[in-house]
Design a binder for this molecule. Structure first.
Ligand code: ATP
Length: 205
């Protein structure tokens, strides 16, 4: 069992973070937390996985798969640990984490520990996810706690690690609203993402 951020002598050879999201668009909050979790848990890689359609947001209008994939690649260019996977975009919707973890488990093999990175709010609803017990068997859960009280050290137990992360008040919703209002995006998204939003005329009402 993984304990905190300690890799110990018996840890698997590789530890890969799985960071799923709608990424419509990816923003600086995503970039910061992915790096923070990778630092704290000593992840070799963080796979950013744009969801074809989140089972948690079934009605949301989404930017096309191709453009969200392009924006996610653009957002992740600055950190060599980041990689983008289109595994969910190639499957029919909806995107279930358990299916993704099964596919990645086969791809990486038993020497790799998969670490599913999720928000505390998502974790609170975790038992309602598709096959939560299978997810726990396939991956360690890294639960990002944005500035929660007493969250100084990662805590372990039951294959769940709580990872305190800095609170960064940016959301994709906020980026879309700023783009709709014609406000500058420089402090919200990486510059290459802002250029794609502009080029495609995204989020204009
Ligand atoms: P929306 O505003 O459309 O709901 P979002 O900003 O939450 O989108 P998602 O693509 O849904 O973006 O997020 C993917 C993952 O990143 C989720 O686990 C979410 O909790 C997390 N996340 C999003 N914004 C932040 C942030 N500012 N700090 C830390 N984690 C974040």
């Amino acid at each position: 069992m993984l304990r905190g951020a300690d890799r110990g002598g018996t840890s698997p050879a590789r530890r890969i973070g799985i960071f799923g999201g709608t990424f419509d668009p990816p923003h600086l909050g995503h970039v910061r937390v992915a790096a923070e979790v990778a630092d704290r848990l000593k992840l070799d890689r963080v796979l950013w996985i744009p969801a074809r359609r989140s089972p948690h947001k079934p009605d949301a209008e989404l930017t096309s798969d191709e453009v969200r994939l392009e924006m996610t690649r653009a957002a992740t260019g600055g950190d060599p640990r980041f990689e983008v996977s289109d595994v969910e975009l190639r499957r029919p919707e909806p995107s279930y984490s358990v299916d993704t973890l099964r596919a990645l488990g086969e791809r990486f093999g038993p020497g790799t520990e998969l670490v599913l990175i999720i928000g505390l709010d998502q974790y609170e609803a975790f038992d309602a996810w598709h096959e939560p017990d299978a997810i726990r068997r396939l991956a360690t859960l890294a639960v990002m706690d944005r500035g929660g009280a007493g969250a100084d050290e990662p805590s372990a137990g039951g294959g769940v690690i709580r990872v305190p992360v800095e609170r960064i008040d940016v959301s994709s919703t906020q980026v879309r609203a700023s783009a709709a209002a014609g406000a500058p995006l420089a402090e919200l998204v990486p510059a290459p993402v802002a250029r794609i939003i502009e080029r495609e005329g995204l989020y204009r009402r």
